[in-house]
Write a protein that binds this ligand. Structure first.
Ligand code: HEM
Ligand SMILES: N[C@@H](CC(=O)c1ccccc1NC=O)C(=O)O
Length: 365
């Protein structure tokens, strides 16, 4: 007969909180809290990975079926909800006082959350650039930290190695998809760059207007000079960003790709009321929401760590909170999506489209 305990595997699940010696009777409530909070996180990470993989596989198609964008949004919305649920969960860990935790902490050395394979898988699947990674301080790379203490392979290492080899990152396939956006006409380099030029002109006009208003309301001549300098820097940023002149070492093809990508993001954000652009824009907004939640997760973990162990060295050998604060600040994946929000224009200032009708609903025959 079908029953709850056989489906949820309750007995097996409740037998997994015994720590290194698999004997929960030897553990304090504090240590069982420590273990259970981690296990709950790993289950949230499991669900996040499933949804990110579904979204990645969807965008891996070329063309990406428009009818499937709603499914991608559903997966990404669930990832946001999972992180939003996981972040406050650190509150349970904060019921541990520093002294309570120190009662069993030394026995954990050198184990660390730095060895959470699924967190690494989430970073890899999203597309975190390895060049951004901050060394832990003990090993050459984050992959080395996944080896057993005698240097042998581990299930965690196998899991992460498999993820690294299991296809392109979500960022890669999403950016490829965006670079194929038909911008005010055909999906060509020329139409992308023509739109970018028109947008830059609109941006410059809007900023000039803001400088004029600032001059009318500024307090002192120094204020005017400072504000004008800032606004002119914004104009320069918009030009360099849309012409992809802000990145060193790009060859012509890579620079042309960056220009198509960035023009597409600006285009989707600027005309999102056009029906055929609505879902694509919803997707890129959800990608920002996912990355925002991941940054908040890192921050919330670091504040919990600071509350529980202060700024002492981590069991994994890192500088502890100082290391964690750096990763929260530096680990960014979707910089292009975030940067566009600096240059978007008010609706009256965006360029008029020549092929607006092509973005209205088409009656599929
Ligand atoms: C009392 C609770 C905790 C403390 C004191 C703590 C402390 C630390 C410290 C100091 C590090 C830096 C690496 C090291 O030197 O060990 C770290 C890394 C990490 N911890 Fe925790 N942690 C705690 C709970 C958790 C929980 C519940 C999770 C959930 C899975 C977690 C996940 C991670 C991850 C994924 C990293 C690697 C972060 C990165 O490299 O960006 N930690 N933790
Ligand atoms: N790195 C933590 C120890 C720790 O939190 C931990 C130890 C074993 C297994 C998971 C852990 N969680 C996160 O790092 C610390 O320095 O206290």
């Amino acid at each position: 007969m079908r029953n709850y305990w056989d489906y949820i595997k309750v007995e097996e699940l409740l037998s997994l909180q015994g720590g290194f010696d698999n004997d929960e009777s030897k553990l304090s409530n504090d240590e069982v809290v420590f273990i259970v909070v981690h296990q709950v996180y790993e289950l949230w990470f499991k669900l996040i990975l499933r949804e990110l993989e579904t979204a990645r596989d969807l965008f891996r198609q070329n063309p990406v079926p428009d009818m499937k964008l709603a499914n991608a949004a559903t997966s990404l919305r669930r990832v946001v909800a999972l992180f939003e649920q996981a972040v406050p969960h650190f509150r349970v860990m904060e019921t541990l006082t520093t002294r309570d935790y120190l009662d069993f902490r030394d026995r954990l050395i050198p184990a660390s959350g730095f060895q959470s394979a699924q967190m690494r898988e989430i970073e890899i699947l999203l597309g975190l650039d390895d060049n951004l990674r901050i060394p832990l301080g003990r090993e050459g790379s984050y992959m080395a930290a996944l080896r057993s203490s005698d240097g042998s392979a581990s299930p965690a290492l196998a899991r992460v190695e498999h993820r690294r080899e299991s296809g392109p990152s979500f960022k890669t396939v999403l950016y490829d998809w965006l670079s194929r956006t038909p911008i005010d006409g055909p999906a060509t380099q020329e139409s992308a760059e023509r739109f970018a030029r028109a947008f830059i002109a609109g941006h410059e006009k809007e900023i000039e207007n803001r400088i004029r208003l600032a001059k009318q309301n500024a307090l002192t001549p120094d204020d005017i000079a400072r504000l004008e300098q800032r606004y002119r820097a914004e104009i320069k940023f918009a030009e360099r960003f849309l012409q992809a002149e802000d990145e060193e070492g790009l060859d012509d093809e890579a620079r042309a790709f960056r220009r198509r990508l960035r023009a597409a993001i600006v285009f989707l954000e600027s005309y999102r009321e056009l029906p055929r652009l609505a879902w694509p824009r919803e997707v890129i907004d959800l990608v920002i929401a996912v990355e925002q939640q991941m940054i908040i997760w890192r921050q919330r973990h670091a504040r919990m760590v600071e509350r529980v162990i202060g700024r002492r060295t981590g069991t994994g050998g890192s500088a502890g909170v100082d290391y964690l604060d750096q990763t929260a600040l530096r680990y960014r994946i979707f910089n292009d999506l975030w940067a566009v929000r600096t240059i978007l224009l008010r609706k009256p200032s965006v360029p008029l489209l020549s092929h607006e009708d092509e973005y209205r609903f088409r009656v599929e025959d």
